[in-house]
Ligand binder design. Sequence first.
Ligand code: LRH
Ligand code: MN
Length: 398
Amino acid sequence: MPPVEGLTLDDRDFELLIARLGDLAVETPSWGYGNSGTRFRVFGWPGAARDVHEKLADAAQVHRLTGVCPSVALHIPWDHVDDWQALRQEATSLGIRIGAINPNLFQDNEYRLGSVCHPDSAVRARAVAHLLECIEIARAVGSSLLSVWLADGTNYPGQDSLRERKHRLRESLQTAYNEMPETMRMLVEYKFFEPAFYHTDLPDWGTAYALCLDLGPQARVLVDTGHHPLGTNIEQIVSYLLDDGRLGGFHFNGRKYADDDLIVGSANPFELFLIFNELVAAGEQARDVAYMIDQSHNIEPKIEAMVQSVLNVQTAHAKALLVDQRRLSESRASGNVLEGYRVLLDAYEADVRPVLAEFRRRRDLDPDPIAALRRSGYQSQVARDRGQSRTSSGYPGT
Ligand code: LRH
Ligand code: MN
C-alpha cells in the first residue's frame, strides 16, 4: 500500500479512500475537442474534432485513459444530427453515453436583444421552441440534464426594462420546465457579464436560485467556476446551495481574470480543493451533483488538456477526501481560529499522486494517463486522419 506522504492512513482508510475516488464521474464537453478561441483568433489545431462523431471518439479516448469520464455533454445545434438513436448507439459502442444537452440561445441573429428575455414575443417563442427541441433530444438520447445558459442582457442603461425582462425570463423558462419529464433536471447557469456588458438577466447565484425556486423542484443551479466577479467565495455559494438541495452541478474551468475557460485548477488549485471540501463535507446531499468540464483550449493540445483537467479534478477530490473531519469539527467546537485551517492544509499538502496511481492500477489503467496518451499516438493519428480545418475569428478578414 503506497503511503500518502504527510498523512498516516491505515489499510481500512486507504481502501475507503480508493473506493470513494470511484464515486466521482466527470463529464467532458463536446465543444472542448473542437477548434475554439477568442474574438481575436481561433487557432486551428491539427486533428481537432470537426463534428460530433469525432468529438465522441475523443471523449471516449479520454474515458479510456482516465476511467472516470463516462459521459459527454452536447451543444445544440453545434452537435445536431438527424438520427439521435444512431448517435446514442454510437456513444454506447464507444463505451460512453450522452450527458447534458446544452441549448444555444446566443448565436442566432434574432437574439441580438436577447432570447427568452427579448422584447418581441415572437423571438421569445422561437427561443422556447429551441428549449423544447432540446428536451426532446435529451429524451431521445437518454439524457436527464437540460443545461441552460443565457447570454441575455443589455449593453446600455435604459436599453430595456430590467423587471419586464425578469418576467419574460421566468415565463419562458416555466413553459419549457413544464414540458420536462419528471426524471429530467433543468440546470440554470448564471454569469455576471459577457457578452452583455451593462446587465445580464441571469448574473449570479442568487438570481438563479430564486428562479429555480419559482420554476420547481427539478430546477437546480449550475455553478460555472469562471462566471463570478474576482474575489467571489465560490465554495460558500456551493455550501449554501448544497445545504438547500439546489446545487445541480458544475462547469469546471480555470480563470485568472474573466471567463478565461482555462484548465480547471490551473490558476487556483486551492479554491478547487475548498470547493471539493464542501462537497465531501455535504456527504449524501452532494449525491446527484453533476460534475462537468466547460473549457475551450485555444492554444494547447485539446485531448491532453482535457485529460489534465480530469486529473486536476481527481486530485482536488482526493485531497478533500483526506480532510480529517473529526479534527475539523473539534477545532471548530474549541473556537481554535487557526486549527481548522491547518487541518485543511494537512490534506491539501498531502501528495495524492500515489493513491490516484493505485486507483488507476486497480482499474487496469495506466497510473499516468498523460504519459499513456502520448505513448498511444492517438493525437498524431487523428492529426493525420483529420488534418487541420479552416478557422476564423470575431474580426473580419482574419
Ligand atoms: C458561457 C458558457 C456556457 C456554454 C458556453 C460554451 O460562457 O459557460 O456554459 O454554453 O460557455
Ligand atoms: Mn459554462
